[in-house]
Write a protein that binds this ligand. Structure first.
Ligand code: ADP
Length: 370
């Protein structure tokens, strides 16, 4: 008899240990409550998410779990339990910590019935998960979609209006110049849409880590000569000079030619866009392990405040001289992604009304792919 009892106790003890280690190895916070809504079991993850370090056993749930809702109103968990006989689940609550920081949490509450549902409610089990990261990704994604659709709508509306106008003036037998002017306005907007779609597609590939890196030996002289030659017509059209200054000691660099070209093209396009007088200089010097390439312009410059933001998604300066040029505000954001892929360093020097210099130090990236 005594033996049987000891065995029973040992068995129960073992069961309890097994349960404890099971809930303690869960990454979600678990809190079990009795009928009076007092804590009977909890795990380390629960303490973590509640940011508590003492025992919470026997404490009333409203004294340990104090979430706020989306409107920042305090939520009384015991009220929710009373009003949700079949359980409750939400992703819209947050916890506020002593230092003022917030965590978005997933909370689920389920009643626990003894004897598989027969009889009354015996207690409750609460699951808690920190979903701050997921939430911020969701928010960023929905903000991105709303900004992109807004940015796409404007050129589509203008192009649609201009084509409608062209059709109208054709019917009225207008002069070809008037028709061409309306079509040119539509064409400009379609070109802008094409640039934007291009930027978006590079961006999406970069964000999904789909941009592969092919390291090759690049002749910097040739690369920069081609770059400057390809932008000469655009600079000439605005009566700007475009010069190339390459240190004669400079030879080659091992990196991705495709990405280096794309990075520099973005800087040169901007330099031409945001310069009304003078011109731009592309220069290159050998660095300790690679090459430093600068694009300097004598343009409108960038204020100190804006310099902190120009690499953000969709950022465009409020300066009217920026706004009179079309732009997506995505160019430098994408450029920054590419700069990271080729492990380059970037330096921006700029003064309002004096001009800007974007310098990128491209390191040798090791053995080129054959
Ligand atoms: P955008 O399509 O507007 O040119 P970017 O991401 O390429 O977008 O640049 C972001 C913003 O940075 C621009 O709108 C402009 O305000 C500023 N900027 C970038 N390059 C220059 C430059 N060379 N001179 C002056 N402002 C610049």
């Amino acid at each position: 008899m005594v033996n049987e009892n000891t065995e029973e106790i040992e068995k129960a003890f073992l069961e309890r240990e097994r349960l404890d280690s099971l809930i303690n190895s869960m990454t979600d916070g678990v809190i079990a409550l009795d009928q009076d809504l007092k804590v009977v079991v909890y795990n380390g993850a629960a303490l973590n998410i509640l940011d508590l370090n003492g025992s919470i056993e026997n404490k009333q749930i409203d004294n340990v779990l104090k979430p706020i809702d989306e409107g920042k109103h305090p939520v009384i968990v015991s009220e929710i339990i009373k009003n949700s006989p079949v359980g409750f689940e939400t992703r819209d609550f947050s916890l506020v910590y002593d230092d003022g920081s917030h965590s978005a949490v997933y909370l689920s509450i389920a009643p626990v019935h003894n004897g598989y549902g027969k009889g009354g409610v015996e207690g409750y089990v609460l699951l808690l998960r920190d979903i701050t990261h997921e939430k911020s990704l969701e928010e960023e994604r929905s903000e991105f979609i709303s900004v992109v659709s807004h940015e796409l709508r404007t050129p589509v509306t203008i192009a649609e209006g201009s084509i409608g106008n062209a059709m109208y003036v054709v019917q009225k037998g207008a002069k070809p110049e008037i028709i061409i002017k309306a079509l040119e306005a539509a064409h400009d907007q379609v070109l802008f849409l094409a640039t934007m779609i291009n930027d978006l597609s590079t961006l999406s590939r970069a964000e999904r880590g789909k941009l592969t890196l092919e390291v090759e030996t690049i002749n910097v002289h040739r690369l920069l000569e081609e770059l400057v030659a390809s932008y000469k017509p655009a600079a000439d059209a605005k009566h700007l000079t475009i010069d190339l200054e390459v240190d004669p000691r400079l030879e080659t660099v091992q990196s991705s030619e495709l990405y280096i070209r794309e990075i520099l093209q973005n800087f040169v396009t901007n330099a031409i866009k945001y310069t009304e007088e003078g011109g731009l200089t592309v220069s290159a010097q050998p660095g300790t392990n690679g090459v430093a390439i600068s694009v300097h312009d004598t343009g409108i410059g960038i204020s100190k405040k804006d310099q902190k933001k120009i690499f953000e998604k969709f950022f465009r300066s409020e300066d009217y001289r920026t706004r009179k040029n079309t732009g997506t505000g995505l160019g430098l954001y994408v450029t920054m992604k590419l700069i990271k892929i080729v492990k380059a360093e970037l330096k921006v020097e700029s003064e309002l009304n004096q001009g800007s210099t974007f310098t990128v130090i491209f390191p040798n990236m090791g053995v080129p792919t054959p």
